[in-house]
Design a binder for this molecule. Structure first.
Ligand SMILES: [Zn+2]
Length: 135
């Protein structure tokens, strides 16, 4: 490391990078579950805008952005569309949504509390439990 290095222009600041990454991860999950229409994308944009404000107040929260955006979008979808993302693990019983865990922490995952399993990292729902697999 070089603590005395000259001023370095950072083309993308870490906050914007985190927001961009969170947006991409949540959109990937929406696409994986085929709910990424224009309305839904605007929900993501709305959440990212709110979280930009939030993390400016609390910069240490930058690592938590992806999990928070996922939860914002999940809440917004519940009002407009219904439960998302539906659990791909439990084959029977009532359809239920996955939860983000940790609610406020780095490295967020989708978990099924009913089965007690981690299903996928946020952003990787497309690779969990079939989806693209043909049967
Ligand atoms: Zn489940």
């Amino acid at each position: 490391m070089n603590p005395h290095g000259g001023p370095r222009v950072n083309p993308v600041n870490p906050l914007e990078q985190a927001l961009h990454a969170a947006r991409a991860l949540v959109l990937a999950d929406l696409v994986a579950r085929e709910v990424a229409d224009a309305d839904v994308v605007s929900l993501v944009e709305e959440s990212v805008a709110q979280r930009r404000w939030w993390v400016q107040q609390w910069p240490e929260g930058v690592e938590f952005i992806a999990g928070l955006v996922a939860q914002d979008v999940q809440d917004a979808l519940l009002e407009r569309y219904g439960r998302w993302p539906l659990c791909p693990v439990c084959g029977s019983g009532d359809p239920h949504a996955l939860d983000v865990e940790p609610e406020l922490g780095p490295d967020p995952h989708w978990v099924c509390h009913k089965a007690g399993v981690k299903v996928a990292a946020v952003g990787e729902l497309g690779g969990a439990g079939g989806g693209a697999a043909s049967s």
